[in-house]
Design a protein around this ligand. Structure first.
Ligand SMILES: [Zn+2]
Length: 106
């Protein structure tokens, strides 16, 4: 991957690559340590658009349903665009007492 060129902020500081809150979710961005100006490189913008799509697809209230003797959750079909499919392995990890994340395994 090509090394990012340094981007200078209008205030004179060099922007730093870090995780920033953009709209309602976190994404990699170029942030000015001095004035807080945030911008995205082409690559970060592409990732941001993909992340935004993922939020639109998956962010919703759902109901736990009964599958045989187990509990289950359904996932939207469009999640297949992000690599989810029947039989795919996922890793589930608790975040706190009320939430957990589901990670698609490579
Ligand atoms: Zn600045």
């Amino acid at each position: 991957m090509a090394k990012e060129r340094k981007i200078r902020c209008d205030c004179g500081e060099i922007l730093e690559e870090k995780t920033a809150k953009f709209d309602h979710f976190k994404t990699e961005a170029m942030v000015c340590p001095n004035c807080g100006f945030i911008t995205l490189t082409k690559e970060q913008a592409d990732n941001y658009v993909k992340l935004k799509q993922l939020h639109q697809i998956i962010d919703a209230e759902r109901k736990i349903i009964k599958i045989g003797n187990s509990m289950g959750l359904t996932l939207p079909d469009r999640l297949q665009d992000f690599g989810a499919k029947i039989g795919k392995k996922v890793k589930i990890e608790a975040l706190d007492s009320k939430s957990f994340k589901v990670e698609l395994m490579a």
